[in-house]
Each structure stands twice: as C-alpha cells, then as structure tokens.
Design a protein around this ligand. Structure first.
Ligand SMILES: [Zn+2]
Length: 90
C-alpha cells in the first residue's frame, strides 16, 4: 500500500523559497473580516518585544514576529492565507 502522506521535511524546499523573498509584497486575507491586501498595508506596532501587525480594516491581529538573539517566532494565526507572486518554476 502506498503512503498517502509524507513528513514535514517535504515542506523544506517550498517554504525556503517562500521565506527567502520579501514577504511584505505577499497578499494576505484577514481572519477577522476577510479583507485582502498586501502585508505592507498592515498597521504595525513596534513598541513591544516584537512586531504586531493589525488589519487596517478591522484591527484584528494579523501576525506577530519576535526576534530573539538566536531565533525568531512567527505567529500567522490572523491570516487565512498568503499569496506570493513567484517566477515560473524551473
Ligand atoms: Zn480584518
């Protein structure tokens, strides 16, 4: 019988490609109101231990980024999906 799933290592190539680009030009959809827009349009608060990006439409938290000395945390729970424009696959 053929396995119908693979482990998370399968994500390495596609995610490396996505996160190597400028994510602020990606389009996202807000969980709170469904508004779609570029990440760069978010309202970002930077007077906390990290950055908090809120939706300009409904003020819901879209994402949080915290950078520590040797690691980072990314919380995307306020975004249903991110759409990236990429060059054609080789
Ligand atoms: Zn919203």
């Amino acid at each position: 019988m053929t396995d119908v799933w693979v482990d998370g290592n399968e994500l390495a190539g596609p995610l490396r490609e996505l996160f190597a680009i400028d994510v602020t030009v990606a389009r996202g959809r807000c969980v709170g109101c469904g508004r779609e827009g570029m990440v760069a349009e978010a309202v970002v608060f930077d007077r906390a231990p990290g950055l908090v990006a809120r939706c300009p439409g409904c003020d819901s938290v879209l994402l949080r980024v915290v950078r520590g000395p040797d690691r980072a945390w990314l919380d995307l729970r306020g975004v249903t999906c991110l759409e990236f424009a990429l060059p054609d696959a080789p």
